[in-house]
Design a protein around this ligand. Structure first.
Ligand SMILES: O=C(O)[C@H](O)[C@@H](O)[C@H](O)[C@H](O)COP(=O)(O)O
Length: 232
């Protein structure tokens, strides 16, 4: 599938523009079906975007926010993406949104993945808005090079679900939406910033080996065209 590149002079301009774009998509979903679903990524890049989105004027009581992926840690752990989203997004006008976590205090990560699969499936498919990030190794979501479940994660023949992922570059064991959960999103955004990530994107676009750079699966096989938002 194709992609479009949107570049901005700085992160603040990108955050404002992306928040507006996402708000319009959420409003359209609410107008169409009286509900909207938003799956966001963690990491350091999205903080300014989350802050800007939290101020957007829309009926947040109709919005369900979930995560593209999560570290298998409780929501009070400093590495928790739930904590990141609660701190930077689920406040101001967005405080009224429902949050659907991927982490659950189950006896195993596999049990937590099963609970999360049911919770995310209740949001319906396709997800209305998905925000992806990208690591310098070319991972996105928790589709890490060398990941133990990477092949299944990227298999579009398998159903939408939350799966576990372990990889040397991932830190904690991860919970992640499968590619089939996000490939047909109404709006599919890849948000990256900095010269290093720009070079990683160029390398990804210049090759085909998805195991080497899993972001390639999204860029080449997503059903929805990918909107890439980049600032220096
Ligand atoms: O849980 C995570 O870490 C994210 O979901 C992950 O996929 C992130 O988007 C990239 O690692 C980029 O992270 P940075 O924005 O910190 O570079």
């Amino acid at each position: 599938m194709t992609h479009s590149l949107h570049t901005f002079e700085n992160g603040a301009a990108l955050a404002t523009a992306l928040a507006g774009r996402v708000a319009e998509a959420l409003k359209a979903a609410i107008a169409a079906s009286d509900a909207a679903s938003l799956a966001v990524s963690g990491g350091s890049t999205p903080k300014a975007f989350f802050e800007a989105l939290s101020l957007e004027d829309l009926d947040w009581s109709k919005v369900s926010v979930t995560l593209v992926d999560e570290r298998f840690v409780p929501e009070d752990h400093p590495r928790s993406n739930h904590l990141l989203v609660a701190t930077h997004l689920l406040k101001n006008k967005a405080a009224e949104a429902e949050f659907v976590p991927l982490y659950a205090p189950e006896d195993s990560i596999e049990a937590a993945a099963a609970v999360a699969t049911d919770a995310v499936s209740d949001l319906g498919t396709p997800l209305d808005v998905v925000i992806l990030g990208m690591g310098s190794d070319g991972h996105t979501a928790s589709f890490f090079p060398g990941g133990d479940n990477l092949e299944d994660a990227l298999d579009l023949e398998l159903p939408p679900r939350v799966i576990t992922m372990q990889a040397s570059g991932a830190g904690e064991p991860r919970l992640t939406l499968s590619f089939s959960s996000l490939a047909d999103a109404g709006l599919l955004i890849l948000h990256i910033e900095g010269e290093e990530k720009q070079a990683v994107l160029e390398k990804a676009l210049a090759g085909e080996d998805e195991a080497e750079m899993p972001i390639r699966a999204v860029l080449s096989r997503a059903e929805t065209p990918v909107d890439i938002y980049w600032a220096p």
